[in-house]
Each structure stands twice: as structure tokens, then as C-alpha cells.
Design a protein. Structure first.
Length: 339
């Protein structure tokens, strides 16, 4: 009898990193179909790219729309994958009604917090035990200037303790879910210190927060590896878990605005592979803290970076190419696990 050989000699990404952390991908209703095989083979965690955001789950007050989110949960459950919930409270992709009085004009603090509570309670309870970690508050910290928190309707109306309230409501709804504060530019020293200060103050007040999400929308040069290391160390010093939540590595440097490339140019994929290798070496080194690494997509056939920040520009930010085949970046990452 001939022995069955594995379909190919491409090892499963998540199995390769089993001893270190989960490996996740953001998905949407289209990629759940078009990337089905790739997802189930290489990833053991999924996150909804958009389908669990406030505007998708409660477009009108009291009218919840769970169909796509439920489908994602079913997909994960049937493939033995975990789910990271994203995201409960954010200044974006939140419907206008949340901040308005039914009779017009801005809502008052009490009304806004009651809406927050009912949203969080409904959503988190529905997926209780099915979602291992939630991004409770997304991007509340300001990028620039001396201010700690970004101006937003949540902040204007409810005041700065809207953040603590969100965590308390989420914890009450599912005491076993890990609760995260999630942000981008998390490795930029100035913003890193603000995120640190915010999370530290939450911890000091006894707010139920368990981790910091590093979005990790990175590129070939930024952030510098050393800044990533310092961010990991600084956040880890709070004794919290760290999740890399939205990893992608754009092949374009910040000032590169070209839209004419039909494929990555010479050197880009090699440099990307070098970067991915360095990053995963760091994640592995800090695997006592980092226990989940999620890409903001799975393969180069679909990425939000095809439209952002340069309109109509194709990007190639992942470990798998548009045909779902491993790129040099994939092999470098696999080498890290094996070394
Ligand atoms: C932020 C959000 C994500 C997503 C990306 C862009 O990082 O946290 O939900 O919207 O922007 O795709």
C-alpha cells in the first residue's frame, strides 16, 4: 500500500507556531468563501474585518443584524478555530443615531452610556464562550499634540470614563473573554507612551483590561525594529497580554505614491521577507506575552491596502500571494519557528 503523502510540502502556519501563539486572519463574507482552504489550513483564529463593528451589528436602535457575524462564528467553530472580536467601541463605523436624541440634538451622557451598555451586553452575551478576546475600545488615543485622548463623540458626550465603562460592561457580559485596548501607530514612541499611560491608568483603577492590541499596520521601513521591540517591552511591563491584531507589511515606503506597478518590483518581496522574519523573531522571543498574531487579511488577492492610502494602487502585504501560494515572506516566517 502506498503511503498517503501530504498534498504539498507547505507546512501549516498555525501548526508551525503552535507552541508560541495563535495565528489569525481578518476575513469578510467574500474571503470566507474565496480563501476558505487557505484559511482553514494555515490559521487557527479569525477576526471580522467589518462584520462585528457597531454599524453592522446595530444599524438602527434595537435592530440587531447578526447574520454575517454568525456565519463567521459558524465557520470558525466548524474548523476548530478561535475568534477575536473586533470591535465594540470606536469613533468610526458607528451609526449617527448612537450619539443623537430621538427628538434631535446630541444625546446626553446617560443615554449614550445606556446605549453603549445595551450594545455591548447584547453582542458580547451572544458570543459568550465563542470569542476568546474582544477589542473593547479601538483607537481612543490621539496621534498628535499633547492631548491623550482623540476628540470623539464618545469623549465629548460621555467624558473620558467611556473607556472604563466599555470594559466594565464587556466584562460583566462575558467574564472569561480577554478584553483588549487596540490601536495603530502603537510602536511610534510618542503614541506608545500615551497608550501606556492610558492603559496603566485603567489598570490602576481596577478596570478589567487584560491586554493591548498592537494593530501593526507596518511597511518595509517603518516602524524600526527597535521601536517595535521597545513597544512590546513597554506594554509587557504592565503585566498584560499582547495581541498583534491587524498585521500587514505594505511593500510601499510612506512617500512612494506610485499607482502603476502591476507586480512587486525587484527587491520588494525580499525586503518584505526580511522584515517578516525579524518581526516574527521578536514575537517568538516575547511569546510569554504575545499569544495571538492576526494578519489583516490572508493573501494578496484581497487587502484593504489596495485602496488605502493611495487610491487604486495594488499592494502585496501578506505571506501568501494572490494565488494563495507561499511568498519568500512565508518561508522566512516558517524558518523562525524552526530555528
Ligand atoms: C483600523 C481598524 C480596522 C480596519 C482598519 C482598516 O485599523 O481597527 O477595523 O478598519 O483600520 O481596514
Amino acid at each position: 500500500m502506498t503511503q498517503l503523502q501530504p498534498k504539498d510540502n507547505v507546512p501549516s502556519l498555525h501548526e508551525t507556531f503552535q507552541a508560541h501563539f495563535r495565528v489569525g486572519a481578518a476575513v469578510n463574507p467574500v474571503t470566507l468563501v474565496s480563501q476558505r482552504e487557505l484559511l482553514s489550513r494555515h490559521f487557527n483564529s479569525v477576526t471580522a474585518e467589518n462584520e462585528m463593528k457597531f454599524e453592522r451589528l446595530q444599524p438602527e436602535e434595537g435592530r440587531f443584524t447578526f447574520e454575517h457575524a454568525d456565519n463567521l462564528i459558524d465557520f470558525a467553530t466548524s474548523h476548530g478555530m478561535g475568534v477575536r472580536g473586533h470591535t465594540l467601541i470606536w469613533h468610526n463605523q458607528t451609526p449617527a443615531w448612537v450619539f443623537e436624541h430621538r427628538e434631535g440634538g446630541p444625546a446626553d451622557r446617560q443615554t449614550l452610556l445606556a446605549r453603549m451598555q445595551s450594545h455591548i451586553e447584547t453582542v458580547v452575551s451572544r458570543y459568550k464562550g465563542l470569542i476568546y478576546a474582544w477589542d473593547v475600545v479601538n483607537e481612543a488615543v490621539s496621534d498628535s499634540g499633547g492631548e491623550l485622548l482623540r476628540p470623539s463623540k464618545w469623549l465629548d458626550i460621555a467624558g473620558e470614563d467611556f473607556i472604563a465603562k466599555a470594559f466594565e460592561y464587556a466584562h460583566a457580559a462575558d467574564p472569561n473573554a480577554l478584553l483588549f485596548y487596540n490601536d495603530y501607530n502603537e510602536s511610534v514612541p510618542e503614541k506608545r507612551e500615551k497608550i501606556y499611560a492610558l492603559v496603566r491608568s485603567l489598570k490602576d483603577k481596577g478596570v478589567p483590561i487584560h491586554g493591548i492590541g498592537l494593530q501593526a499596520h507596518w511597511n518595509l521601513e517603518h516602524p524600526a525594529l527597535d521601536d517595535i521591540r521597545q513597544a512590546i517591552e513597554r506594554y509587557a511591563s504592565l503585566g498584560l497580554k499582547l495581541h498583534v491584531t491587524e498585521l500587514d507589511v505594505s511593500v510601499f515606503r510612506h512617500e512612494d505614491r506610485r499607482t502603476d506597478l502591476k507586480r512587486p518590483e525587484a527587491g520588494m518581496l525580499e525586503r518584505q521577507a526580511e522584515r517578516y522574519g525579524q518581526m516574527f523573531r521578536l514575537f517568538k522571543e516575547y511569546d510569554g506575552h504575545v499569544d495571538s498574531v492576526t494578519f489583516w487579511g490572508a493573501a494578496d488577492d484581497y487587502t484593504w491596502l489596495d485602496h488605502f492610502p493611495v487610491r487604486g494602487r495594488k499592494n502585496w502585504p501578506f505571506l501568501f500571494d494572490a494565488a494563495h501560494q507561499p511568498k519568500p515572506s512565508y518561508w522566512n516566517v516558517i524558518d523562525v519557528a524552526r530555528s
